[in-house]
Design a protein around this ligand. Structure first.
Ligand SMILES: Nc1ncnc2c1ncn2[C@@H]1O[C@H](COP(=O)(O)OP(=O)(O)OP(=O)(O)O)[C@@H](O)[C@H]1O
Length: 357
């Protein structure tokens, strides 16, 4: 079976500047793919080409294996079986909820009572069927917009930052409800976001974009735990970076040597670790824990600052050797005074080693 949505080698330039470069991916039915990346990396342009409101310079788009658009053939947007839900896609203010949901259906609400009732039930808005948009909260409007987008049973739904207008506290609930409904409908979803948290929560597959290219794609677990490069690692959380140079297939640090095979001597190396994967131990008269294969050797450091963040504490350290700044997060309340000597270790299975790009 071909993926429900498939994109092959899409390219788009504006004024000679490439903003989408050789983008390819597939989204199976019932799955959510998130196009994730910083502002201006080409996410919305990709979405607009798939929707049919912009035209690619080269590349092909398929829905259920059928060509929707290449550089010669082009189905108009309304014949692509692709639904849209954009942040600024407001509901029609002069229509009640029932007619808003039925808007894309032939015959309006009168001819589609069952479908409208089913969708409003699924988004828990049945009691608002006769309300007008201005009588609804932001979250309620969003749920109606979702029902409207799904009413014509699109094969593919494109969502551009659909939750960004909502109150932070409402968002997670609405995201989860939306996800449940999309799975039930079997729609393939392509969701654009610049928020890693949103992508981690929603996506079966993340497509991470940078400068018009997909730099890594895969399940959220893979991107978080096996990032392709230092920037990908940094996109999902704060990171600590140790720098060094290859010497005889090894890179030396205050935490012992790291294997860097296959790289010529002198290659600059970034050793990356997330703050939650630093281990700390107390100083026992100038001695720290013994080296282990799991954690390498310990390095002596002093506390620069410690802050309580609610669920965890953030402690900033500086190593005695090389004065490397390192942040550690620890669960609960841990606020050692400035200057406290402690021993740090890096969980070797959580360290990423990259040649500097
Ligand atoms: N119609 C256009 N004409 C000229 N340049 C454009 C046009 N549309 C987009 N661009 C440029 O292409 C680049 C990518 O824009 P795009 O909107 O796809 O990025 P994005 O990743 O969706 O960003 P954001 O998250 O800020 O919406 C930007 O530099 C933008 O200025």
């Amino acid at each position: 079976m071909p993926p429900r949505l498939e994109v092959q080698n899409l390219n788009r330039a504006f004024d000679g500047q490439r903003v989408v470069a050789d983008v390819s991916f597939g989204v199976p039915a019932g799955q959510v793919a998130c196009l994730l990346g910083p502002s201006g990396c080409g996410k919305s342009t990709t979405l607009r080409m798939i929707a049919g409101v912009d035209m690619q310079d080269s590349g092909r788009i398929f829905v259920d294996g059928k060509l929707v658009c290449d550089t010669v053939f082009r189905l108009p947007p309304e014949r692509r079986a692709i639904g849209l839900m954009f942040q600024d896609f407001a509901l029609f203010p002069h229509l009640p909820v029932s007619e808003n949901v039925a808007f894309g259906l032939k015959g309006g609400h009168a001819a589609n009572r069952a479908r409208v009732a089913e969708l409003l039930d699924r988004v828990r808005m049945t009691s608002h069927i006769d309300s007008y948009p201005h009588e609804l909260s932001g979250g309620e409007q969003q749920r109606v917009a979702l029902a409207r987008a799904l009413a014509p049973r699109p094969r593919v739904l494109l969502m551009d930052e659909p939750f960004s207008g909502l109150d932070e506290r409402l968002r997670d609930g609405i995201r989860d409800e939306t996800l449940a409904l999309l799975k039930e409908e079997g729609t393939a979803v392509l969701l654009v976001t610049h928020e890693p948290h949103e992508a981690m929560r929603m996506a079966d597959q993340i497509l991470l974009m940078r400068d018009g290219r997909i730099v890594q794609q895969g399940a959220p677990y893979n991107l978080y735990n096996a990032p392709a490069d230092r920037q990908v690692a940094a996109f999902f959380s704060d990171i600590n970076v140790l720098t060094g140079r290859v010497r005889g297939a090894l890179t030396a640090t205050p935490f012992g040597d790291f294997l860097t095979p296959g790289l010529p001597d002198g290659t600059p190396i970034d050793i990356v670790i997330r703050p939650q994967h630093l281990k700390i131990d107390f100083d026992r008269g100038g001695k720290g824990p013994a080296a282990t294969p799991e954690d390498g050797s310990a390095a002596l450091a002093r506390v620069v600052r410690a802050r309580y963040l609610g669920r965890e504490s953030l402690v900033e350290f500086r190593t005695e050797q090389d004065a490397i700044a390192l942040n550690a997060t620890l669960p609960g309340v841990f606020l050692p005074p400035e200057g406290t000597k402690m021993w740090l270790m890096l969980r070797r299975d959580r360290v990423f080693v990259f040649p500097r790009g």
